[in-house]
Design a protein around this ligand. Structure first.
Ligand SMILES: [Zn+2]
Length: 57
């Protein structure tokens, strides 16, 4: 499982893959931060730089 923290509110977002994480990040930004101009390339960069693996427990 992949995990990344929102850089605005610090909420932990999770996804099975980086692709899933990108979708979660986009919907989080849109619903929680009223971000209508989510930049997918920027989201990918953020995930590449900051996401980490977490094991299911
Ligand atoms: Zn947030």
């Amino acid at each position: 499982m992949r995990v990344v923290e929102c850089n605005i509110c610090g909420e932990t977002l999770t996804g099975a893959t980086d692709e899933e994480l990108l979708k979660r990040l986009r919907s989080h930004m849109e619903s929680e931060h009223s971000s209508t101009g989510f930049d997918e390339a920027q989201g990918r960069e953020m995930i590449q730089a900051e996401a980490y693996d977490a094991s299911d427990s």
